[in-house]
Design a protein around this ligand. Sequence first.
Ligand SMILES: [Zn+2]
Ligand SMILES: [Zn+2]
Length: 368
Amino acid sequence: MTTPLPRSLDPAQGELLASYLLRLAHQVGISPLDLAHRCGLTTGTVLSAQHLVRLADHHAEQIATLCRLDLAEVHALTLVEQAPSYAPLHPVYLGRHQSHTTMANDGRVFTAFSRYCPDCLADTADQPGGSIWPGSWRLPHTFLCPRHQRPLDWRCPQCQAPAFSNGYRTDGRWRPTQLTPAPRSRLHPARCRHRLGIGQVPACGYRLDQPSATGNAPTAAMAHTQQRLTEAARSVAGQDIGSLGRPTSPQRFLNDVRAVTLIICSTWPAAAETLRDVEHLDAVAAHADTRNRAATERAGPPEGGWLARSVDRPPGDPLRAAALMTLVVRILDAPDGQTALARSLSRLPSNGAAYRRLQRLTPTAHPA
Ligand SMILES: [Zn+2]
Ligand SMILES: [Zn+2]
């Protein structure tokens, strides 16, 4: 029998479960691990990051009772509720046997870290329990903060680890992921929870809500791209949007985004040769270069800020993601987008991993 806490918190719009638990634990004065345990979310001392994606009914019911919420408020804290049209959040994509470690390395959902806007963390620092971390920062197509018109950050300026993460092992792979890093540490939610070692090593503790100077203000094309991708992911079934000059479902549009990303990166610099005045060409080129290196080279320490192993993984760095996504959406929005794609596709080796991956996608941009 779950006994409700004497006092609780209201979740914020778009807040993620990990953020809510950090704020409530901070407010009540217990560790996030203790709170998660009372919510029934722990297995031994393991606090799985899978709860970020969706919650089983019995978990949602226990959270609702303990935290004095209704079930709809609890489910709204999960990514699948916040981005219903984003396929990588659904069981068909995930498969029954995909672990959260595989999910972290696949890179389609950031279960191992979070991008962040320091200004948003600062704006909400005085909320009950402290700063709010939205779920949208866990999706690779979110690279701007529309409220502050700035690119997101993704690393802690002090320890350099990706924010909200357990960091990397020496071989460049993620340390085991958790719903919240350093779950035994009682820290304000705006503080970096990365620990440089294991055992009793304290967390970094840097305040991530301090002003930072990440890049320039986003261009109009980047802001448009961000809006298109966010609206598509948040759409519910039955809504139509445009892609490659025809109406299509949000799911197919996002699938097209993935297919075109794969084509651009696998045939780089073909797209740059076809499309003049590409914005931030250097950032797209840097991502394509990192991605196209042999797998053996990529097995080393993290370089260029990304270490997921899937062939079409998106960049972790928000500036690279902004440049790449802006190019992709420009192609999908252009009246002659099909022509530009066909030129790039003709350069894709039909015996390569990228071609095989492309065949498993079913977008309107699928090769004939
Ligand atoms: Zn912001
Ligand atoms: Zn740090």
